[in-house]
Write a protein that binds this ligand. Sequence first.
Ligand code: ZN
Length: 315
Amino acid sequence: MSYVGPDFEPPQPRRPRRGPLTVALAALVPGALLGWLVYETVGGSGDGGGSGQATVRSSPPAASSPATEDATAEATDDGKKPDADPTPTASGPLKGKVVVIDPGHNPENFQHPSEINRKVNIGTNWKECDTTGTSTNDGYTEAEFTLDVAHRMRALLEEQGAAVKLTQDGDRPYGPCVDERARIGNEAKADAVVSIHADGSGTGNRGFHVILPGAVHAGSADTRAIVAPSRDLGERVAGRFVAVTGSAPSNYVGDGSGLVTRKDLGGLNLSTVPKVFIECGNMRDSKDAASLTSGAWRQKAAQGISEGIVSFLHG
Ligand code: ZN
């Protein structure tokens, strides 16, 4: 079917305020250690925190431990029952940590145009509740993709002992709206939140990028406290995503860094806990689509993102 409106994340023009970021990476250490990477930020004033530094990130080896029970998404609108707070019950390096995974869009959004087009306040302005998301040219939808990757991530992170909550699990008629997506992470007191997406850009535009919150202080939005930790999270996610999937950073946004800072996404503006988005690839490019539609590749994507989260939570 046809898709309503622009995708949630249209290609972002280069931000003149940001200097070029370069990624110098990623030498894998043979053996059990997973690797290391260096992100070097060259110049630029950034968006109010976290720029201009050069940092070395180490990713610890993944360990196995018994999985916890599923901690499903809660919903506070639409008559769904709120979920109990996720309770870590397993041992493992992430015992006591709460991770919220936000699968972008909802497979049923197409059926609810009036609901998802309702405007919600994102601090800086009003924006649509949610969008349909994009799809590959063959009709594999972004919403299917994001849920699949989220499920794979949940399994991996629960193996590490984390309590994992999804903002939606294909179990509600639409949404949640972007403000509720942020609120779910906030109310869970999440140690890290990652919103999963795939982009809908032009043919030939390829690669992934991680979207970081810019410093926003307007209305109910105040991201100033999460800009720096979110950048840390995002750099680690990007680094591990490269290492595990072999995907290159976006060739159309982010100046080759795989990192883009934005102030126009409600899911980031309204977050009070460290949060990033990842656009795992471009569904409209046939080569990227071949990856995105592969279950084996999605497992690598989930592994890479999860390893970035694990690295961040280990500090
Ligand atoms: Zn999306």
